[in-house]
Design a protein around this ligand. Structure first.
Ligand SMILES: [Zn+2]
Length: 568
């Protein structure tokens, strides 16, 4: 049975649609669908999880879905027809947490996501040094994962010094970084420099020498010293990364921790019609900044949460409450480290103050919290803000939340929070979890079904640039709970195939208040969809990671095609 955008249905078909009479093409000259895809296996993800054969697009939105016969009679001479030849189409993937402004900086900086060993990293840095004037900073874009390097450790300054005698080098991994000897010299950091609060200049325990590895707040002075990316670099980086997302079947991203300059670059791209994917932006702030400065910034800001349009929207403010899996702020000390509980990103007082101010000025807040103690701190801050003015219904969010205790989930539900979660953590960081938190805690990570049973919204994402946008691999982990070592972590928490797809589409749309606009293929919604190489709902489970996007469509416009087999 054909389903229409309701207003158009009444307007154009009148009584004939209601009686089901077959009319000829109903369009006035020059009007009608711009695109019809037909003879497909179109997974709509509507509330009945219906599959349809065909779909018509007009003005960037889905006009109607139904059988080939019903939809093809809407065509005009101007309609582009695409015979899907039985191929599967799903709603465009919505990635709820990622970092596009920095992801594309590999155009300018060394992409360290590629090397598989420290020697490979050193070689890449050496090549970058050769392309750089002496004295200029050499940096990275993509991020290495020490557990995946053959050396099973992070590089140090002694590794990179031989290839970088005259250039300061800064290799950023987010919560840790590595700098070379020249950078230490430029920055005036010596082994006598005290650690800043909340940060560490790592020293070799035997020699007492600086290793060049920096942790958390010790990275900030270096970042401040670096020349800022130019607007042209930011735009080029954003264009490049959005291209990569399109190839991964993604039609909407949420930049989880951007800068005002990164936002500016998106605005410029959008004004020039060069923004091809839909973007929601989170602006990163430091909750430890002086309250007067933060209040002035928020009060003076000409924008706040929700402003924007279907292509570009302000999501809110991002803060960071602890480190990654090796620095997560935890209630229990780390295994075999009785004095180590990870690293909080600030005091409870500062987080509470900052969240209350954001709430006061109409900003939604999403906070990175990995360890359970960090989640406690975030919940305390959110509850304090909720006392001033209810945040329920404003969809504040916790980013990551690897391990959540039942009473924390109850508080999350009470506050109406969204959980932005990334399944690759379950897969790739399993060894870190076991090593740092022990099996009992590690086995309760990413308890999706416990969250869903409580009615807590979860939204899937990749955290790219940390991990690539292998969405079908992560859906396979959602379904199997398998880790990098092949074991399945508490399979009772597994998502069904349909749930895994919703997690990366309609549930992620909820995170940006856009569940009525996208995330399913229903009349009236944005025409964002992906044609796949295989039938996601029916291929053998272990074939799911092999599924590749063939065509990605945003608002009825093709933004990616693997080849010309589906669409010319
Ligand atoms: Zn992130």
């Amino acid at each position: 049975m054909i389903r229409w955008m309701t207003a158009l249905s009444a307007l154009l078909l009148g009584a004939s649609a209601a009686t089901g009479a077959q009319t000829a093409n109903p369009w006035p000259a020059g009007e009608g669908p711009s695109l019809i895809v037909y003879s497909g296996n179109i997974v709509t993800l509507d509330k009945n999880n219906d599959t349809v054969q065909a779909l018509a697009v007009r003005d960037g939105k889905i006009l109607a879905v139904g059988t080939d016969k019903e939809i093809l009679r809407l065509k005009t001479n101007a309609t582009k027809l695409v015979n899907l030849q039985g191929k599967t189409v799903i709603p465009g993937i919505i990635d709820s947490h990622n970092h596009p402004s920095s992801q594309g900086m590999k155009l300018f900086w060394a992409d360290l996501s590629k090397p598989t060993s420290i020697a490979g990293i050193v070689e890449m840095i050496g090549a970058q040094v050769k392309r750089t004037q002496p004295g200029q900073w050499v940096r990275n874009s993509g991020i290495w994962n020490d557990t995946k390097l053959t050396d099973k450790r992070n590089p140090n300054r002694f590794d990179i010094d031989p290839v970088s005698p005259n250039n300061p080098v800064f290799l950023d991994r987010g919560h840790m970084a590595v700098i070379n000897t020249e950078a230490l010299r430029v920055l005036g950091i010596t082994k006598d420099t005290p650690n800043p609060p909340g940060g560490t200049f790592e020293k070799d325990p035997k020699t007492g020498e600086l290793t060049g590895r920096l942790y958390e707040k010790a990275i900030e002075p270096v970042r401040k010293h670096l020349p800022a990316a130019t607007p042209q670099q930011l735009e080029a980086s954003e264009i490049e990364s959005l291209k990569e997302y399109a190839a991964a079947g993604v039609t909407s991203v949420r930049s989880a921790a951007d800068s005002p300059a990164g936002m500016r670059a998106y605005i410029d791209l959008h004004n020039r019609d060069d923004l091809k994917l839909r973007v929601s932006v989170n602006i990163l702030i430091n909750p430890n900044m002086p309250a007067e400065d933060l209040e002035k910034m928020l009060a003076d800001s000409p924008v706040s949460s929700g402003l924007g349009d279907d292509m570009l929207r302000v999501w809110g403010i991002k803060m960071i409450a602890d480190g990654g899996s090796d620095l997560a702020y935890t209630r229990q000390h780390y295994v075999n480290r009785p004095d180590f509980f990870g690293q909080p990103g600030g005091t409870q007082e500062n987080f509470t103050r900052a969240v209350r101010l954001c709430n006061k000025y109409g900003w939604r807040v999403g906070i990175h919290a990995v360890g359970d103690a960090a989640v406690d701190m975030v919940l305390n801050a959110f509850e304090a803000a909720n006392q001033d003015s209810s945040i329920v219904g404003k969809r504040f969010a916790i980013e990551h939340g690897y391990v959540l205790h039942p009473e924390q989930m109850d508080r999350i539900k009470q506050l109406g929070l969204v959980m932005n979660m990334q399944t690759w953590h379950l897969y790739n960081l399993r060894r870190n979890f076991l090593h740092n938190y022990g099996r009992e805690i590690a086995d309760t990570s990413h308890n999706y079904q416990d969250l869903l049973r409580r009615g807590i919204p979860i939204a899937g994402g990749t955290d790219w640039t940390l991990e690539p946008s292998d969405n079908f691999k992560w859906m396979w982990v959602d379904i199997t709970r398998k880790t990098i070592d092949g074991e399945a972590v508490d399979p009772t928490q597994a998502l069904t195939r349909e749930q895994a797809l919703r997690f990366h589409t309609i549930w992620a749309a909820y995170n940006t208040f856009e569940e009525n606009l996208k995330g399913t293929l229903e009349p009236g919604k944005l025409a964002d969809m992906v044609v796949l190489s295989a039938d996601y709902m029916h291929v053998p489970t272990d074939d799911i990671p092999k599924i590749t996007p063939l065509v990605t469509i945003v608002g009825g416009t093709v933004v990616f095609k693997r080849d010309s087999s589906v669409i010319q």
